[in-house]
Structures are given as structure tokens and as C-alpha cells.
Design a protein around this ligand. Structure first.
Ligand code: ATP
Ligand code: MG
Length: 228
């Protein structure tokens, strides 16, 4: 049952795709892609490294309980989880987006806030939403959703949503507009604290390789900006 190497928890889709280059920098290449394979445990070129494919919001839980030694999760997910038992050594600067408040076009958000109206907020990110509106002194009714938040204001479930936005294309396609920026989001490397001590010789080189790759990428982006 106990795996002698290290287990890294990832979600499929953008996090997996954007992690592949970081893994390559650490000398790790997945034996298959979670898109084409239905396997939830994926081997790598290294006998002592394996990947497990879990739901994005489940990554911190697998790492917290030590079922995975490491994981990659969005700051949004970590904020909702709370981060107990997790060491967070690196911001990987991948899967970047922004957490925003959005409303139906024509909804007078600023006016409602000014009047001190009670606002109905639908979101998957209840901790982030609660914190944001409490900070503004706005009273809210929170409605927890698990996806497709954009629909809520269109059918009268809520006045506003709190959601992740990258291009804004989905909001626009549904007649919504972003009215407030809550935070910038990117994905972090998370490590089980006990595993870091017990398997330091396997885990530390991965952290170091990821860190170097992230710095190199940031360097490229600075150069690109300077050239423009
Ligand atoms: P699920 O699809 O399992 O319900 P999810 O939507 O949170 O969960 P993904 O869509 O794979 O899962 O998103 C994974 C992470 O990528 C999110 O936790 C967030 O940090 C980031 N993310 C989400 N949406 C975007 C986006 N539009 N652009 C860039 N990054 C995003
Ligand atoms: Mg998604």
C-alpha cells in the first residue's frame, strides 16, 4: 500500500497542462496524459515519482492527509480549504486569473452598495466572498454553487456572483460585467509538512527545480516586456 517514492496530486485540464513544463524542468515526464487515459494514477519516467489526478478542489485534502506528498492548487482553492497542514513554498505563476464580482449588465451595483442594500451573492468561493464583502461592510446573503455561476444573476438566483475571470469572454457571452476586482489568482505548490521532513531528499530537488523554472519564466517575461 505505501508507495516508497513521492506522489504529486494534480487536476486535469489547465493545471496539468501548465505543470508539464515544470515537471520537465525537474526531469520528470508523465507516462500518459489524463485527457487520453482514464487512469487516476499515472506513472512517470522515474520509478520514484507518480502523479494522481483529482478534482481541483480536492488537491489540498489529498496533500493535507498525506495521500499525496505534493500538489498543485489554485489560490482560490487553497483559500477555501484553509491550508491546514500544508506547506506552501512556491507561487508557480500558472493558471493565472482574477477573482471578480460580476453583475448583469445594467444592475446598479455601486448604487446598491451605497444604499446599504442587502446583496445576494452566488459563488463557489464562499470564504473569499464573505471576507471581501465583510471588508467593505456590505451585508450579503451567500448562495453556495458548484459551477456555472454566470447563470445565477440571469435567472434571478442572485444579484451578483463572485467568480474567476481570465479573458472575460464567458461573462460577456452571458451579458454580465465585472464590477470589482477581489484578488489575483495563480497556482501554488503545496507540500505535506510531515512528508517534507521524511522524504526531504526526494521532495527538495523538485521544489528547487520548480523554483528555478518559475524564475526563468519570470525572467523571460521581463525581457519580453523590456523589448516592447
Ligand atoms: P472543476 O472543473 O473540477 O469543477 P475547477 O473549475 O476549479 O474545478 P479548473 O477549471 O481545472 O477546475 O481550474 C483549476 C484552477 O485553475 C482553479 O482553481 C483556478 O485557480 C484556475 N482557473 C480557473 N479558471 C481559470 C481561468 N479562466 N483562467 C485561468 N485559470 C483559471
Ligand atoms: Mg472549471
Amino acid at each position: 500500500m505505501t508507495y516508497p517514492g513521492i506522489t504529486l496530486a494534480l487536476s486535469k485540464g489547465r493545471i496539468f497542462d501548465e505543470t508539464v513544463p515544470l515537471l520537465a524542468a525537474a526531469g520528470i515526464s508523465p507516462a500518459e496524459s489524463p485527457e487520453s487515459s482514464r487512469k487516476l494514477i499515472i506513472g512517470t519516467n522515474r520509478a520514484d515519482v507518480r502523479l494522481i489526478i483529482v478534482r481541483a478542489s480536492d488537491v489540498p485534502t489529498y496533500v493535507q492527509y498525506g495521500a499525496a506528498d505534493l500538489g498543485i492548487a489554485g489560490k482560490d482553492v487553497l483559500n477555501e480549504h484553509g491550508g491546514a497542514g500544508l506547506y506552501q513554498p512556491l507561487d508557480l505563476q500558472i493558471a493565472r486569473c482574477r477573482m471578480m464580482v460580476a453583475v448583469r449588465e445594467g444592475y446598479d451595483y455601486a448604487g446598491q452598495v451605497k444604499q446599504g442594500a442587502r446583496i445576494r451573492v452566488a459563488t463557489k468561493y464562499v470564504n473569499a466572498a464573505r471576507e471581501h464583502f465583510a471588508g467593505k461592510g456590505v451585508h450579503i446573503d451567500l448562495i453556495k454553487l458548484y459551477g456555472s455561476m454566470e447563470l445565477a444573476p440571469l435567472v434571478g438566483l442572485s444579484d451578483v456572483i463572485v467568480d474567476l475571470v481570465s479573458t472575460g469572454g464567458t461573462l460577456k457571452a452571458n451579458g454580465l460585467v465585472a464590477v470589482e476586482h477581489i484578488s489575483d489568482i495563480s497556482s501554488r505548490l503545496v507540500v505535506n509538512q510531515a512528508a517534507l521532513k521524511l522524504k526531504c531528499d526526494l521532495i527538495q530537488p523538485v521544489i528547487n527545480a520548480f523554483s528555478t523554472a518559475v524564475e526563468r519564466e519570470a525572467g523571460y517575461q521581463d525581457q519580453g516586456q523590456a523589448a516592447r
